[in-house]
Write a protein of this length. Structure first.
Length: 218
């Protein structure tokens, strides 16, 4: 039987964060949407204005929320790697102090390449063209930040090579630290199905700290 939780989502208005909120509500969880400029209109979701760059504000918001878990789905446009690392560290510090589990939705660049475990996806031109290597490298830095917080309860979820809006099918395969491809050869998942994987992991945590998923066709 599913136990309903209180889930705080940082980056609530983004592509992943907004879908995590939708999936959590469908499953009956209590949701707190934390973002700099809350835009939520769902009366079943509690919106909280908080700047993830403000350590005291993040700690206060999480403490007040009585959250069982927090999902960090923060991204910046244009990319600001230093902000991403600082925000991750801030959330992990606060969550560790409060005893809250953290699920970080990160990047595929931190994964190992299929067939070549010594080559990170971020350094593999087959998956990451030169123009997006900076984005991929930021994901690696974010994972390293998590790994430096050994006492925090966290899991880092890397999407496959392509993540974009799409249908919610509920079909995916789960792996650990190596990029996955589906039976159709694609390394892809919809943001909707990534949200399914996020909630599955929060409801029934696995043993691994670095995980990934990929869409599985019918």
């Amino acid at each position: 039987m599913r136990t309903h939780k209180t889930i705080a989502v940082l980056g609530a208005t983004g592509m992943v964060g907004s879908r995590v909120i939708t999936e959590a509500r469908v499953r009956g969880h209590r949701v707190l949407a934390l973002s700099r400029k809350p835009e939520n209109e769902d009366p079943a979701v509690t919106s909280v204005a908080v700047d993830v760059g403000d350590r005291d504000a993040v700690h206060g918001a999480l403490a007040d929320s009585a959250a069982d878990a927090v999902v960090l789905a923060v991204r910046t446009f244009p990319l600001d790697p230093a902000f991403l690392v600082d925000a991750t560290s801030t959330v992990l510090d606060a969550a560790a102090h409060l005893g809250i589990r953290v699920l970080v939705t990160g990047g595929a660049g931190a994964l190992r390449s299929p067939g070549d475990p010594g080559l990170l996806v971020a350094d593999n031109p087959a998956y990451v063209p030169p123009e997006v290597r900076t984005v991929a490298a930021a994901g690696i830095a974010q994972l390293r930040t998590c790994q430096a917080h050994a006492t925090a309860d966290w899991v880092y979820l890397s999407p496959p090579a392509l993540l974009e809006p799409g249908p919610r099918t509920g079909r995916y395969r789960r792996g650990t630290d190596t990029l996955l491809t589906g039976t159709d050869g694609r390394s892809w998942i919809s943001a909707e199905d990534l949200a399914v994987a996020v909630l599955d992991e929060l409801e029934i945590p696995g043993p691994d700290r670095h995980i990934t998923v990929v869409h599985t066709p019918e």
